[in-house]
Design a protein. Structure first.
Length: 241
């Protein structure tokens, strides 16, 4: 397996507008490995982006506001990012398809769509589970259903660059909250739990690419921990961040 290592916050490509969704591929035929859009090498210059007005917290969602407020916010934010030379943003799931296309059409910026993949807990059979158990059959099925629906919903979206799964989920197997703690030590029990996570990452990548073969699937890992398991279990994941 060949993986591209990316810094997920700092990604530069002068994007132009196309009439349909682009084909994004990983080129391994030339010297080295390259991300390509419609057959052309693509160097990303980007940022993780979200929108929280002063005085709000993580419960705030721009996307449930009216279109005029959303457009005002996007025009202000994307103008600033474009002025910085940003051409790709990492956005968490929830952004409607039309706004991915709006950002691309008006500002030439691509979107990497990030599904957190249970990083901060899940509701399983009506009960909240704060620490996701990736070995649990119901949990695995729920997450696979969610990412397959994501691929179906966004596969023809102009401006979609790729799908990203997770947000340092290996830390979430040990940490009990969102706060940063010490990097967990490796032991046999933890490695069994983390193996369940990475096998599910791979199942998700296979399922998503069966629906949308035109966009790569990446995963976001915490540092290089468990790199050996990733190499062994995630052979269908295109990009490691």
């Amino acid at each position: 397996m060949k993986l591209i290592f990316l810094m997920l916050f700092f990604w530069g490509y002068a994007a132009s507008t196309y009439s349909q969704a682009d084909e994004v591929t990983i080129d391994t035929k030339t010297n080295g490995i390259a991300l390509q859009v419609n057959g052309h090498d693509f160097m990303i210059n980007g940022m993780n982006w979200d929108y929280y007005p002063i005085g709000t917290n993580y419960t705030y969602s721009l996307w449930d506001k009216n279109d005029s407020l959303i457009m005002e916010a996007l025009d202000r934010e994307m103008s600033l990012l474009k002025n910085m030379g940003v051409n790709a943003i990492r956005v968490y799931t929830g952004i409607p398809k039309k706004w991915v296309e709006y950002i691309y059409t008006n500002y030439g910026m691509y979107t990497m769509l990030n599904h957190l993949f249970g990083r901060y807990g899940l509701t399983i059979k009506g009960e909240w589970v704060a620490q996701t158990d990736y070995a649990d059959a119901d949990t695995r099925q729920l997450l696979l259903n969610e990412v397959k629906q994501l691929a179906r919903q966004y596969k023809d979206t102009k401006g979609l660059l790729m799908f990203l799964l997770g947000n340092e989920n290996n830390y979430g197997l040990v940490w009990e909250g969102a706060e940063t703690e010490n990097v967990p030590a490796e032991d046999n029990t933890t490695r069994q739990r983390i193996r369940s996570l990475y096998t599910l990452f791979n199942e998700a990548a296979v399922a998503m690419k069966a629906i949308d073969p035109a966009h790569p699937v990446a995963l976001c890992n915490g540092d290089l921990q468990y790199l050996d398991l990733i190499a062994r279990e995630c052979k269908d994941v295109d990009i490691l961040g």
